[in-house]
Design a protein around this ligand. Structure first.
Ligand SMILES: [Zn+2]
Ligand SMILES: [Zn+2]
Length: 333
């Protein structure tokens, strides 16, 4: 039984709180699945959409791109999915399939890509539609709530970790949802992990050590030994020179967020020595398949704080203040 209307939390105007409203339940086009949303993870990117840091949203838009849902209807062209199946919907929602990036395994860089919860309505709602070709099967080992953070925090974190190459000593700046997953994968791979948090955030520093960091401190501190790679999850540009200062010659600083405040100028000597600064953008479907196969083997355990769908503004406020341990998820049923 599919309801004809649904509750949704929408960004109507950027810079304003999300607005809860009753809207028509969408119907799937030929390539789409109609999903009853069980849970949707809350990602920092949702804050950037709501705040207007990302400048090309459709408005109004239903945010949310860590969607765990149950298939309740299938578009006429969809194959390989069945009613009742549990699926995950990530950030990457559409690509052109024909541009040089799409044809070379870099669909994350497709100029015509569209993204869930930004240019396509997402999962802060009771139902959503998603292009079946971009949906993932979810490993059985995970509950709905524990699976949700894998779909962005996990995938993007995994891609960022891959960009760190074979670095054995890794520093993570910003210990939120992505970091708490990456830390477990990095330790599983036998790497040494150091965690950097906001000054005074003892709770996050303790959490990082519980998850395998052998040292944790604040972002201005020097780790016990130089980093071979750094991954910056916090959206703070001044962390780029801070991470470069902590990184050994030949090392890489990976900027994993979709938005960052301006990076202050810095002396060339901290980049000298063949250090690299690079960004990580979006995800490919291959990243998703690889990571969702790896996660149960580690096994990655996600820590979640659950909120009701109608509490989305509260969840976003807590995320902004750094007051979420692990990841926040909305119960949408
Ligand atoms: Zn393309
Ligand atoms: Zn995200």
């Amino acid at each position: 039984m599919i309801d004809t209307s649904m509750k949704a939390m929408q960004v109507v105007q950027v810079g304003q709180p999300l607005v809860g409203m009753e809207v028509p339940t969408p119907s799937p086009n030929p390539d789409q699945l109609l999903l009853r949303v069980r849970v949707c993870g809350v990602c920092r990117t949702d804050l950037h959409v709501a705040d207007g840091d990302l400048t090309e949203p459709k408005l109004p838009v239903i945010p949310g791109h860590e969607i765990v849902g149950e298939v309740v209807a299938l578009g006429s062209s969809v194959t390989g999915f069945s009613i009742g199946q549990r699926v995950g919907v990530p950030w990457l929602g559409h690509t052109c399939g024909t541009c040089p990036q799409c044809r070379s395994g870099r669909e994350n860089l497709c100029a015509a890509a569209r993204f869930t919860g930004y240019q396509i309505d997402g999962g802060y709602a009771q139902y959503t539609v998603a292009d079946a070709r971009f949906c993932f099967a979810i490993p059985d080992a995970y509950s709905d709530a524990q699976a949700a953070p894998l779909l962005c925090a996990g995938l993007i974190g995994y891609r960022a970790l891959m960009m760190a190459g074979d670095a054995q000593v890794i520093g993570i700046y910003g210990f939120g949802a992505a970091a708490h997953i990456v830390a477990q994968v990095a330790r599983y791979q036998g790497r040494v992990l150091y965690a950097f948090t906001r000054p005074g955030d003892q709770a996050a520093q303790r959490f990082a050590r519980e998850l395998g960091a052998s040292w944790s401190g604040h972002s201005g501190e020097r780790p016990p030994q130089p980093l071979e790679a750094a991954i910056i999850f916090a959206p703070v540009g001044s962390l780029v020179p801070a991470a470069l200062e902590a990184t050994a010659v030949g090392g890489t600083v990976v900027c994993a967020g979709i938005h960052m405040s301006d990076i202050p100028s810095f002396p060339y000597r901290i980049l000298w020595g063949e250090r690299t600064v690079r960004s990580v953008a979006n995800l490919t479907r291959k990243d998703g398949e690889e990571f969702l196969a790896l996660a149960p083997k580690v096994p990655v355990r996600t820590e979640v704080e659950s909120f009701a769908l109608g509490e989305a503004n509260e969840a976003l406020a807590r995320l902004r203040q750094g007051r979420i341990r692990g990841a926040a998820v909305l119960n949408c049923e």
